[in-house]
Design a protein around this ligand. Sequence first.
Ligand code: DHB
Length: 391
Amino acid sequence: MQRRLALGFSLSLLAAAALSGAANAQSGAPFKIGLILPMTGQQASTGKQEDAAVKLWVAQNGATFAGRKVEVILKDDGGVPDATKRIAQELVVNDKIDVLLGFGITPSAFATAPVATQSKTPMVVSAAATSAITEKSPYIVRTSFTLPQVTVPIADWAAAHGVKKAVTFVSDYGPGLDAEKFFKSQFTLDGGQIVGEIRTPLRAPDFAPFLQKVADLKPDAVFVFLPSGQGAAFMKQFGERGMDKSGIKLIATGDVTDDDQLNDMGDVALGIVNSHHYSAAHPSAVNKKFVQAFEQANHFRPNFMAVAAYDGMHVIYNALAATKGKGGGDALLAAMKGQIFESPRGQILIDAQTRDIVQDVYIRKVEKQNGQLWNVEFDVSKAVKDPGKEK
Ligand code: DHB
């Protein structure tokens, strides 16, 4: 039976699953969160960070909430989109989960969107960051970020700080193409010039030939987006080629100076100006408490993936409370729209129209403090909506 279902989920099975949420509450069944993450493979650091954050949330807020026992079912998709979709179908039809959470990369989120729509299951995207994801299903809510959201502020910063010619250097898939497009349009609008556009493969990239191209183009700056987990390898090759001393300024989204890896990058990372929505060094009381508890439980520093999963759980718990423990796909979704609360990153809003996150975006510089590297925030754009939605 299990096997037959895994091979082909019919629309009617997914539609039937749509009715199970409220029935679960009546029978006193646990409220189930299907957490799909890349725990293995190239994106495994995302899985590690998000899993740890979800566990911390449950430890702090209870495995019984709003009168329901809460069960998190963690599944490893290896960052393979076909696997993500198949696992989501199994979770919906067989495990009768109430909510989906996770999605380490854009192709995994894209592949799973129809499952959320057909089964009317809220799908909380806590990692993937291509602008268009929330438009793939009316049941998608995002707690991570979008590449246009974090890219526009660094384009403005570069143009205002003497960068006249820039090369874009991005991973060749959804979020990278968003970063390239929005850096180009904003930087050009600000009077800058793009003198080269470089794209690197998502899988197992060797950055050396691409870095040579940057050196040959001799821009004032190179703007880089790479997904979480690739920053350290990039910085190593950047340093080995002496590019940190070449006069070409490195600017980036904070995915590159990722808190998961930053401390191991060494001095080559010092001084890199980058933009993002979360730094482990964010100086708020809420964040200090979060970082301390996270480090105590895990012995590593939380990154932007961890905070997005923690906030994803916050959105889900708030929605469960709003339905007084009853759940149900449409009721949960309605209760997710418009939520506002203080996250470790600062104030966040789930835009009721777009179901995407509105948040502050910070300009940061990598600095050494007490022997450790941190992204130190020094400027902020408040309450940034996804520019990708402004048609
Ligand atoms: C995506 C993945 C990442 O690891 C990241 O840092 C940004 C975006 C993505 O696939 O959408």
